[in-house]
Design a protein around this ligand. Structure first.
Ligand SMILES: Cc1cc2nc3c(=O)[nH]c(=O)nc-3n(C[C@H](O)[C@H](O)[C@H](O)COP(=O)(O)OP(=O)(O)OC[C@H]3O[C@@H](n4cnc5c(N)ncnc54)[C@H](O)[C@@H]3O)c2cc1C
Length: 351
């Protein structure tokens, strides 16, 4: 079997959804216990990749979710932990303050610490996987935009923007925020959301924001709305509001433009919970979430062509699943099935 991969930029790049140095990984999943078996495999594969290279791929530091007692986010983590035996600790507001003096939760808040929470490093993951795929014989074409594909169920034909044509038996489409451009025939209800990230240097206590001293932390500041923060892995402390962006066209998105009010909004939320971060940001980045209405992924064959597989590990939480989704894609495209339950990720549910 020979494999050809295409990307219209030169990955890892900053034009899509997989940049920004560190991504959160967590196991006791608040979004649903059905994600945990996939995560178990992702952790194995990330560690395997780390052992095969000398690069930093994954680091376990814990992940703390803080919200009002009884919040769905906290209950979701507890539920996943019960179903799949994930290791968690439940902490009162005072427990949190005495364990991490940089955090200042409200009295009625509670924390759940996922002991397997941590970070994965997207640029290293992408580079390593690309290098391995070349070593194993894949042919990679970068700065090559696919403008059209045709399938007749047995063969696919790909056309590039510059007029080249490629033929194959099977096709996997995983074009992130550009998925709608390559799937005009099925009109998926995807919402491409602009997402911004900021990096901060704290006013005080810099060493307490290092990964050996601080977990990732997410704060539900209003019902269902949260900010997330990662400790300083070398570029500053990364912070963002989760799902607060407007819809964008990925080809028209201005990746350099950030409104001052956007930073102000994040700082206003952060300053009571993490007073040391009430300071101007040192850096920012624009990225995109590719959201489905139910915030689940898409892992399914095209409804019409059984030799075309569509992947969207999207909705702002997919990077941690990238190795297991790669493995699932390999099994689906070669054997037509996967040992993992992927019923929540069908295309049919969206049509
Ligand atoms: C700011 C931000 C923070 C996030 N934080 C987390 C987190 O902490 N933890 C987590 O698990 N997930 C997180 N996510 C989600 C996760 O990073 C993304 O869902 C995931 O990386 C998306 O990967 P993708 O392959 O679908 O998209 P992308 O990485 O954008 O890849 C799509 C690729 O397709 C290429 N392409 C598109 N169209 C064409 C074409 N016509 N021809 C050739 N190539 C094409 C693009 O160039 C691009 O390289 C975050 C996302 C963002 C934006």
């Amino acid at each position: 079997m020979s494999v050809i991969g295409f990307d219209m930029y030169n990955p890892p790049h900053t034009m899509g959804s997989s940049h920004g140095k560190a991504r959160i990984i967590r196991k006791s999943y608040s979004e649903g216990s059905h994600f945990v078996p996939l995560l178990n495999r992702s952790y194995e594969l990330f560690f395997e990749l780390q052992n095969q290279t000398n690069l930093e791929i994954i680091q376990i530091i814990g992940g703390l979710m803080i919200a009002k007692k009884g919040a769905n986010s906290l209950e979701g983590i507890k539920h996943s932990s019960e179903v799949h035996n994930c290791e968690i600790e439940i902490l009162t507001s005072n427990d949190i303050k005495s364990r991490w003096e940089i955090f200042n939760p409200e009295e009625e808040m509670e924390g759940v610490l996922d002991l397997m929470g941590g970070a994965v490093f997207p640029e290293n993951v992408i580079n390593t996987n690309l290098n391995f795929s070349k070593e194993y014989g894949a042919e990679l074409h970068f700065n090559t935009k696919i403008s059209k594909w045709i399938s007749d169920d047995n063969y696919v034909t790909l056309k590039t923007e510059t007029g080249d044509t490629y033929y194959g038996d099977k096709l996997i489409i995983c074009s992130g925020a550009w998925l709608p451009n390559l799937l005009k025939d099925i009109n998926l209800p995807l919402f491409i959301e602009r997402q911004i990230l900021f990096w901060f240097d704290p006013i005080n206590n810099a060493e307490k924001f290092l990964p050996q001293n601080s977990p990732n932390h997410s704060w539900e500041y209003e019902d269902g709305k949260m900010i997330y923060i990662q400790p300083n892995f070398g570029d500053g402390i990364k912070a963002a509001i989760h799902h607060d962006g407007y819809e964008v066209d990925p080809d028209k998105l201005d990746r350099n433009k950030i409104n001052l009010n956007e930073e102000k909004k994040l700082r206003t939320i952060m300053k009571s919970y993490i007073p040391d971060l009430d300071v101007d940001s040192v850096r920012s980045a624009v990225c995109m979430y590719t959201n489905t209405p139910d915030r689940e992924f898409i892992i399914d064959f095209h409804p019409e062509y059984k030799n075309v597989l569509i992947l969207s590990p999207c909705s702002g939480h997919g990077f941690k699943f990238s190795p297991v989704i790669g493995e699932i894609a390999f099994n689906l495209i070669n054997n037509g099935k996967s040992k993992f339950s992927i019923n929540s990720f069908t295309i049919e549910r969206l049509l």
